[in-house]
Design a protein around this ligand. Sequence first.
Ligand SMILES: Nc1nc2c(ncn2[C@@H]2O[C@H](COP(=O)(O)OP(=O)(O)OP(=O)(O)O)[C@@H](O)[C@H]2O)c(=O)[nH]1
Ligand SMILES: [Mg+2]
Length: 636
Amino acid sequence: MITHAKSVIVGTAGHIDHGKSSLVEALTGTHPDRLEEEKRRGITIDLGFAFLEENGVRFGFVDVPGHERFVSNMLAGAAGVDLVLLVIAADESIKPQTREHFEICRLLGVKRGVVALTKSDLVDADTAGLVRLEIEEYLRGSFLENAPVIPVSAKTQSGLPELKLALSAVAQQVAGKDPAHYFRLPIDRAFAIKGFGAVVTGTLISGSVAAGEEVELFPGNQRLRVRGVQSGGKTEERAVAGQRTAVNLAGIEHSALRRGMALATPGKFRATRRIDVRLELLRSAPKLKQRSRVHFHGGTSEAIAEVHLHDGRELATGQSALAQLRLQEDVLALPGDRFIVRQFSPVTTIGGGTVLDPGARRPTVRDSVRAEFLQTLERGEHAETLAAMTERAVLGLRFEEIVARTGWREEEIRATARKLADTGQVRIVSGEPLMLVAGKLFEEVRQKISLRVERFHKENPLLPGITREDLRSSIGRRVRPETFRAALDELLAQKKLDAQGEIVKRAGSTISLEPEEARAKEQIEMAFAAAGLAVPGVKEVLSKLPVEAKRAEKILQILLRDKSLVRVTPELIFHRDALAQLRGSLSAFKKSKGERISVPVFKELTGITRKYAIPLLEYLDRERVTRRAGDERVIL
Ligand SMILES: Nc1nc2c(ncn2[C@@H]2O[C@H](COP(=O)(O)OP(=O)(O)OP(=O)(O)O)[C@@H](O)[C@H]2O)c(=O)[nH]1
Ligand SMILES: [Mg+2]
């Protein structure tokens, strides 16, 4: 086996009975039809799979049904196709599902392909030549304009070597899927294997998966363990992007799994029902009215969706527009994912497009720059995108949200954030976990903080400054703690503000007390310090001061704020040192006498009356120095 072979997914496409399944069998030796009903009716109903290794390429074939009633099955198979094998029967030429499948491939962003002119044994050279002309005419200007058209016959085997060569040549040009990215597997089948349990299969569109790893199931966010994997039909240690993959899952019944679900790297993504997109309407489709209901097909999932055009009342035939899709079910989608929409009834393919924002928000009239935002996302340039996303996040943008809405890897996100931080467009207000706010918003918060501190000084000339807590709550709840902290830290670092413990003040500001105020302050502190735990009444202390009551109260506030004094109840104030001593004697008590202490013993230890003892004990409970246990306290 070639270990570093390129993996390429080939999807068949084409009208019913044009020989898709026969051709897959002729190429790979495997007939892709599996179901009893398919064999009986001689048509393909659901997806079939086969593998081929040729010229160093590992081909995974996804064979789809041509019948118009099974287009939704075809869509589940078309997701993740790298290369289309467009099958056109030489005796019938282009038919309706040739066109429909071709348009689907184009809308899904398939870039390359090969045309197989099947059943060439049934026509003469002239007919074959005419059909070839017709095909070339049809494909002119499309992604298949220069695709090889190879006459083949599954019956006589003619043309097969040429077709294999053409497939190999085109496979070389396929960009391939990124195995280093997050793991994502849209599920197209779920079943049980005796002795193994639940198995799901799909085209591994990104990343890799190995036995023993944890994966997340969408929708539902269930974490599951991978028991084993198969890639390209063989058991492997690790399956990598670009191959048909089967995953054996532990901890779930196969009946709980179905087509349309997806497996992904755990903890990164969020299922969504609101997606902003670029939507294109086919030329064959009628115009689409605002709020039309459609069938949405993304990956292997399917949901009814309502189309909300961002601009205008209807989308004209053959045109494209920015729109929001509101889905009736949760799906996993990431920017860049392609999708198809089909008319609600009768069900025909009418268009498709590209996901721009899977975490779209409810549109509001006030949001005048939404179209501009979506155009930015559409350009796909990382720095510009992240800057725009941050700009719109009034509360700041967290790392998890960035991942869920972009699908970018952590290194990409951090590098982009740093780049934007250097230009000042965004501020990294927290590195771990990463949180960004717009540069402009950050500047506003800084200014607000400065203004609040100024105002506080003006209104409270006797106080040294505002507490961090009061400052924080005066800024408003629309500023997250991380933003507040970063803005305050910056102001402090730049010496625009000063902080002393919990107190924030204007840089260099000192409260200048009048001589009698300074004396009063000293008197208050002395009164409480001298009293130990048998403290005097607050009113009594204040009434003896050389200043009037209002100023006396302010001075008391200063002492409380700088924590020289501690208010235990509205009436009871203690000096810091007395409380520190109390803590000391409690811990000494614990060492010598044990952790339990009753109220009488506490009174004895401290030499205070019940009037002081109870509030003090309650204070100590609040401070988690003690804990109440019945009539006693436990010293913690
Ligand atoms: N003579 C001739 N008959 C062919 C050839 N390829 C397929 N057929 C016949 O055409 C019929 C349809 O072939 P399939 O391979 O089932 O066609 P399909 O495109 O897979 O059909 P659906 O999956 O139902 O859309 C079968 O009876 C095949 O035997 C061919 O190259 N020559
Ligand atoms: Mg078939």
